[in-house]
Design a protein around this ligand. Structure first.
Ligand SMILES: [Zn+2]
Ligand SMILES: [Zn+2]
Length: 342
């Protein structure tokens, strides 16, 4: 099978093509696993974190990709949940133990043994992958393969962030950064909280114009002040400045949710500008989002089908994975980037 593999850590500035095209044997599904023939795989900012070492894979080579849509091509022993040919998806959660305190409390995303697709196990930048069938998801029929892919991470983790933000209808929500995840959160908010006002803060005018097009109540630059205080903010940027700026605009008791697996170090000095009376006092909260649980993916797929929510996607052939990642790194984004296998 064709695959794009990562052989070791790399920096985009020095190596614009960190993934290498290879021909590999098709994997065989083990007990309780299914083999998926991949149709589409979303491109996520977390791949940049894996490649550049902010959340490094434990072993190489590894096939990245954790927003995988395809069809069941084979079933291992004792795997009977899906039929051959059925369309399924795989998100960031590849496996959790099921019996630790976190798993039993319904927070399998915090499982100490959590394994991530495309980091701890081979992912979807390939023609095939295997996955434990319990961690695969049926895909609603109304979505094309490319539309379904970004729902599995960008959408599901956006949904988890929105839940953790504790937003109620009629409140103001800030979104800092406007990539794949934030654009899906905006569409979900408009449906779920029709009287809420979403304000978007993004570095490029292209992203801000896209946010207005999708129904944002306002869109401005990172350092701009919104017309009203915000009860909640979801940050999807890799930087610190948007966090420091957003805290200024939170209403008393407001919550900032950071939806990023890692932050980059380049503007960490911005944190020294933090002013306790204006940015943290008044019971403001900061919370991070870690991974996703299967329920986040399931709930978001259901919601997206009910709305129905159509992600804006830009498609690339598998062989152009490096170009898609380089454009993501450079901030050339409109919606979600997806690799198509055929
Ligand atoms: Zn992701
Ligand atoms: Zn566990």
């Amino acid at each position: 099978m064709k695959a794009m593999i990562l052989k070791g850590l790399s920096r985009f500035a020095e190596n614009p093509a960190p993934l290498v095209p290879v021909e590999l044997p098709e994997p065989a599904p083990g007990e309780g696993e299914i083999l998926i023939a991949v149709s589409a795989c979303g491109v996520c900012h977390t791949e940049l974190d894996e490649i550049e070492g902010r959340t490094p894979p434990p072993a190489y080579p590894i096939i990245p990709g954790h927003q995988v849509v395809g069809t069941v091509a084979a079933r291992g022993a004792h795997a009977g949940r899906f039929q051959i040919g059925e369309r399924v998806g795989v998100g960031w959660i590849y496996w959790a133990c099921g019996h630790c305190d976190a798993c039993r409390a319904g927070t399998e995303n915090l499982c100490a043994g959590f394994r991530a697709t495309g980091r701890d196990a081979n992912g979807g930048y390939a023609e095939f992958l295997t996955v434990p069938e319990a961690f695969a998801h049926a895909i609603p029929g109304i979505f094309s393969n490319s539309e379904a892919a970004p729902l599995l991470c960008a959408g599901a983790i956006g949904w988890r962030s929105l839940r953790l933000a504790g937003l109620s209808d009629g409140q103001n929500l800030g979104l800092t950064g406007f990539g794949a995840s934030a654009h899906l959160v905006l569409l979900a908010v408009r449906h779920r909280f029709p009287r809420a006002k979403p304000f978007v803060f993004a570095r490029s005018e292209r992203e801000r114009a896209f946010a207005r097009e999708l129904g944002a109540a306002g869109a401005g630059a990172t350092e701009e002040a919104p017309p009203e205080k915000l009860q909640a903010v979801i940050d999807t940027t890799p930087a610190w400045k948007p966090v420091v700026e957003a805290l200024k605009h939170l209403a008393p008791g407001g919550r900032l949710v950071i939806n990023a697996i890692r932050k980059e170090e380049s503007d960490k000095a911005e944190l020294l500008r933090l002013d306790y009376p204006t940015q943290l006092w008044q019971e403001k909260e900061i919370k991070s989002v870690a991974n996703v649980a299967r329920s986040d993916i399931r709930e978001f797929l259901e919601l997206a089908a009910e709305i129905p929510l159509r992600p804006a996607v830009e498609e690339y052939p598998l062989a152009d994975a490096n170009r898609a990642l380089a454009e993501l790194k450079a901030g050339k984004i409109r919606g979600a980037k997806v690799l198509r296998m055929a």
